[in-house]
Write a protein that binds this ligand. Structure first.
Ligand SMILES: Nc1ncnc2c1ncn2[C@@H]1O[C@H](COP(=O)(O)OP(=O)(O)OP(=O)(O)O)[C@@H](O)[C@H]1O
Length: 337
């Protein structure tokens, strides 16, 4: 499927969404005109430093923002339904029938008072699954001795096993879209690899679209077809993972790739990103990365970069890499400088 098709028939469309978190002492603009369009069955890694808005974006897909988080503009369309404007009854149905979530903290996401078998049964359609169906679900996520595990309480299972149970629950109804929020961060490298193989394997079998929110560029480059790089509450670059990481257009993408130990060749110097990640407020203007960007000009601090299309990807930057003569500009739209 071409990138053009992607935008024409998305199963998920996040369109120019703004979300503010209001606390008594401050107001944070967590999403600042974020847009992302994802085709059915695609796998998209959403990356960016802490605070860039990844979790907020993932929560928004299921309209699961905490009470202090308010969307002030934009829309989110899941499989043809505008989730931010649906009545409560319908959003519950969309979550149940179309969405699956794998949380950051699998143990914390399980109900401590219910045995694993009971929780799994509640996650399945009809809620009257047979014991054998429950066993099958645990075998699909490669849990040994599933009969025994069904009788356990969450505090009796390890972190790795809780993660597999959470995956089984999220995939039980073969959702249209799976949102996984950094589900492997707390796992050691071998278990992490097993979990990645499991999630992407199950999603592929079910035709489920994956939104993989992550700090792990290496995992994203191996398991996702596309990458969406977030900074300051916006998707600043979005395209095929190999293209974006090998030939970044946005200066932030380039900095992120150069600061990732797994992507720097042996003997090459790691280049940490100078300065601190941006925290936006409703009063913020211009490009959020400008204060840390070696290429920034006065316009960058004042004017929000327009979305330009460069070689099949979208980029929000006044001075993308291909505009400085390093490479030819392929299919670019208007690039301001
Ligand atoms: N419940 C909340 N209350 C107040 N501010 C919040 C809340 N959740 C997130 N924020 C703020 O919104 C911004 C975006 O946070 P978000 O968690 O979406 O980013 P993230 O990229 O997922 O970060 P991480 O990788 O650390 O999970 C940050 O400035 C964060 O401090």
């Amino acid at each position: 499927m071409s990138e053009r098709d992607n935008r024409d028939s998305p199963v998920l469309a996040i369109e120019d969404v703004t979300v503010d978190y209001r606390t008594p002492d401050r107001e944070v603009r967590a999403l600042d005109g974020a847009s992302l369009s994802v085709a059915a069955g695609d796998t998209v890694g959403v990356v960016g430093e802490s605070g860039s808005g990844k979790s907020t974006l993932g929560l928004l897909v299921g309209r699961l923002l905490p009470p202090r988080g308010q969307r002030t503009s934009g829309r989110v369309v899941v499989d043809g339904e505008q989730v931010l404007d649906l009545p409560d009854r319908d959003i519950a149905r969309v979550r149940r029938e179309k969405l699956g979530f794998i949380p950051q903290d699998p143990v914390g996401s399980l109900n401590p008072t219910l045995r694993v078998g009971r929780q799994l049964r509640l996650a399945l359609p009809g809620r009257s699954a047979s014991k054998q169906e429950l066993v099958d679900q645990l075998e699909r996520v490669q849990i040994d001795d599933p009969q025994r595990v069904l009788r356990l309480y969450p505090h009796e299972v390890s972190g790795g096993m809780a993660q597999r149970i959470a995956i089984a629950m999220a995939m039980a109804r073969q959702p249209r879209i799976l949102v996984a929020d950094e589900p492997t961060a707390a796992l050691d490298s071998q278990v992490r690899e097993e979990v990645l193989r499991l999630v992407f394997g199950l999603a592929n079998e079910a035709g489920t679209t994956v939104l993989w929110l992550s700090h792990d560029l290496n995992a994203v480059s191996r398991w996702c077809r596309r990458i969406a790089v977030m900074y300051g509450g916006r998707v600043v670059e979005d395209g095929l993972v190999g293209d974006v990481l090998e030939r970044p257009e946005h200066r932030y993408t380039a900095a992120l790739a150069a600061s990732d130990p797994a992507r720097v060749a042996a003997g090459e110097r790691l280049a940490p990103i100078g300065g601190s990640p941006a925290t936006r407020t409703p009063a913020s203007v211009g490009c959020a990365f400008a204060p840390r960007c070696a290429y920034a000009t006065a316009a960058c601090g004042d004017v929000t970069p327009p979305t330009v299309e460069i070689g099949g990807r979208t980029v929000l930057c006044h001075h993308p890499a291909s505009s400085d003569g390093e490479r030819d500009l392929v299919g670019a739209g208007e690039v301001q400088s």
